[in-house]
Ligand binder design. Structure first.
Ligand SMILES: Nc1ncnc2c1ncn2[C@@H]1O[C@H](COP(=O)(O)OP(=O)(O)O)[C@@H](O)[C@H]1O
Ligand SMILES: [Mg+2]
Length: 269
């Protein structure tokens, strides 16, 4: 089976700062890749490269065998690639419903951002359904400042999901949430993953979360480090671990895995 996403010899340098260096991987459909690594390792840069926000200094990204070279981010959503950002990108002067509709509008018409008549009705209906699936139907008319952190995260997720992604990239999505809401969000992501047959990349700083939600866990780090010139070399995937129990996993076997591997990872992070 050919890979859904294929990255070959990918590098990104910003004026002497090597963020990503010679990174290659292939990802099959239906996986959840949790990505952990130190701050500044280049995790967000990898997402920016995959989603067309940055052009690579070298190397290539292929989606279903098709090169993404030169594609802009708005051209990738119709191909099935959607993301949420480390800093949420929701419009504060729009209601939750309008924010989700905007996600759908931009998908249909980047220039106008407005759909009319029957199309708008359909979009509104789809946005309401999406809000329901993330448990925000009761908050459709609320503005972001009226929503808690967890609700804002769910709103950002609904905004990405209305684009019907095949690949969803989540950049530290639950970092600011307290443990109860975090657990609810984990359940939500797993159910959406199963229902919509998604492939997910999730950057997290929480190793347990990485194990719990991932089918694989990637450690993103610099294999070479010159203390005199810390930006001389970039990061890549230094460990690729099958953790894989999120579909049927119980917390006990997950915790066992976490125990063993986090001891190994303590030296790295
Ligand atoms: N647009 C940019 N311009 C210059 N340097 C950047 C830019 N984006 C990222 N970097 C640099 O690339 C490195 C990796 O950053 P980033 O991908 O944000 O790390 P992470 O998400 O792992 O914390 C950092 O040294 C950062 O300063
Ligand atoms: Mg980051």
């Amino acid at each position: 089976m050919s890979a859904l996403l294929s990255v070959k010899n990918l590098s990104k340098e910003f004026g002497g700062v090597h963020a990503v260096e010679d990174l290659s991987f292939e990802v099959e459909k239906g996986r959840i890749h949790s990505i952990i690594g130190p701050n500044g390792a280049g995790k967000t840069t990898l997402f920016n490269l995959i989603t067309g926000l940055y052009q690579p200094s070298a190397g290539s990204v292929h989606l279903n065998g098709r090169s993404l070279a030169g594609h802009k981010p708005h051209e990738l959503a119709p191909l099935g690639m959607c993301r949420t950002f480390q800093n949420l990108q929701i419009c504060m002067n729009m209601s939750a419903l309008e924010n989700v509709m905007l996600g759908g509008e931009l998908q249909v018409s980047r220039w106008l951002g407005i759909s009319m008549g029957k199309k708008r009705k359909q979009l509104r209906q789809a946005a309401l359904q999406m809000l329901e699936s993330v448990g925000l139907d009761h908050a459709a008319d609320k503005y972001p400042h009226e929503l808690s952190g967890g609700m804002q995260q769910r709103l950002a997720l609904a905004q990405a999901l209305i684009k019907r992604p095949r690949i969803l990239l989540l950049d530290e999505p639950f970092g600011a949430l307290d443990p109860g809401i975090r657990a609810d969000m984990h359940k939500l992501v797993l159910s959406l993953w199963k229902e919509q047959n998604l492939t997910v990349f999730m950057i997290t700083h929480d190793i347990t979360e990485g194990f719990y939600l991932g089918t694989r866990l990637w450690v993103f780090d610099k294999p070479r480090l010159d203390p005199q010139a810390p930006n001389a070399y970039g990061a890549k995937v230094t460990y690729d671990l099958p953790v894989g129990d999120c579909a049927s996993g119980t917390l006990s076997n997950i915790n066992q895995n976490v125990g063993e591997t986090s001891r190994a990872l303590n030296n790295i992070l």
